[in-house]
Structures are given as C-alpha cells and as structure tokens.
Design a protein around this ligand. Sequence first.
Ligand code: ZN
Length: 304
Amino acid sequence: MGAARLNADVVVESRARLGEGPIWDDRREQLFFVDIEGESVHCFDPSRAVHSSFPVGRTVGAVALREDGGLVLAAHDGFFLVEPRGEDLRPHGELRVDSQLVRFNDGKVDPRGRFLAGTMHWEQQRPVGALYVLEPDGTARVLLESVTISNGLAWRGDGAVVYYIDTAQGCVEAFDYDIERVELSNRRSIVRMESGSPDGMTIDDDGCLWVAVWGGSRVERINPVTGELLSVVKLPVSQVTSVAFGGAGRDVLYITTARRGLGAEALGREPHAGDLFAVEPGVTGPPAHRYAWSSSQGERSSGA
Ligand code: ZN
C-alpha cells in the first residue's frame, strides 16, 4: 500500500523568517512557536483566531512550557525564562555557548521535566554543536557532542527511546534514553530522507513520527520500527521546519515554515513561505511535557 497523501492549509499568515518549534499549551489551548531569525516568540489561539508575538532581542531556537505556567527558551547562547506574554525575560542557569561559532536551535522537554536543547554551527558546515540537558535547577551539561544542526526531538511513549535529528546527517536517528540518569546510548539510524533534509519532528499516539522536511515541501509520517513511510502531508512552500499536535483534542498537526533565503522569484512561487499551516491527519498526539522549574523551587534553592 502506498503512503496516504494529505494537504495542509494556511492558518496564520505569520510570514516568519525562520518559523520553528511549535508547541501546544493544553492549559491555555494556544500554540506557541518561534521565529528564530525574527528573534520572536509567537502565540496562536485557534478558538479566537488571534495571533500575537513578543520580541526576545536575540535569536530564539526553541520555546517550551513550564510546570508553573511560564515559558523556558533556548535562545542564542543560553537558557532564559519568560512569562507567556513576554514579561520578565531573564537568563536561567550558567551555561553559555560560543555564539561566534554556534547558536541554540531546536529543543523539547523530556518526560521527567528536563529541557533538552541543541546548538547548530552558524554556517551549518562543521560538527561543532552539541545537545544539552537543562535540569530543573538550572544546571546544564552536554549529552551529545559533534552535532552540526541539532533538531527533531521526540520521546517514545515509555520514555525509554528518544528520536533525534542532526539535519546535516540527513536521517532520523534513535537512542536508548536512560530516563533516570539522562544518558544516550545505542545510536542507530531509522530512516534516511530521499530528498530534502529532516528538520523538526513530533510523535503521535500510535508511536509514529511526523518529520518536517526542509527543502521538501512536505511532512512525512514514519513508522520508527520499520522505517516505513505511512503518510505524506504536502505544503505549497519548500522550507518546512517543524510540527506539533494541537487543538483542544490534539488532533490538528500544526506545521511551521520559513521565508529566509528565498529570493523574489521563489517568493512569487511560494507566497505563503513562513506561514503557519495545519492539517487534521486522523490521529492525535500526546500532550507536551513541561519543564519542572517553578518559582517556589527557585526561592527554595536560593534560600538554602
Ligand atoms: Zn529545526
């Protein structure tokens, strides 16, 4: 049987330079996403059809939800906390990466409330990036070195496997994930893209992966056990960056895209580059994990 074919529609004309990292907030019933090069966090409330954004003042690779209702960012050279409408942006933890060489890119929260985020080489040529884990207390360490463009995190339902993408490798990979000690092992390739490059990724409630294909005008649904291509979502734009399930029933797949690097001719062909798209693919996704930092915990640790 061939792969099922679906089409995604524009839901927000966000015109992002580099839209990325969508995440559904199931308490507010809103979608957050970033415009990395637009240096901003965007928010879309589908029930009211309201789109807003706030500036971060630096490149922002990923946004994630916090247990206490705020947000955590992997932005430019380190981690930051911010409140949902952009209030009270402040650095979080000590980690600073070499921003001459790399910047923070994609990130996700693991099933135990830690934030994993990786960096990418600015020129996308050399494996000088890394994947980091940010613990709830703000301490951070390297989980994986020699990364060129860190992307695409998703955990299997039991948390024992994490799926990962270094876009420069051209494939989706898996690691065994030690959820107690936060360690990666048994690295293996699941599937290699035939055209375009794998970018952001999420997992559905059947345990299948949805992978955004940069330069491929599509999202692929993949069985991570067999590598089989199950569905293809087509988009009228080439630079497809990331995906997340959202909507009140988490039955809508939201898809971010990018406008960067397209000349006038290309933008004439794909005027919706950088917009937010959506499709109802007939499956649902699990709720996003939340970073386990809280202000009371912060006060406890600083007062100890
Ligand atoms: Zn990405």
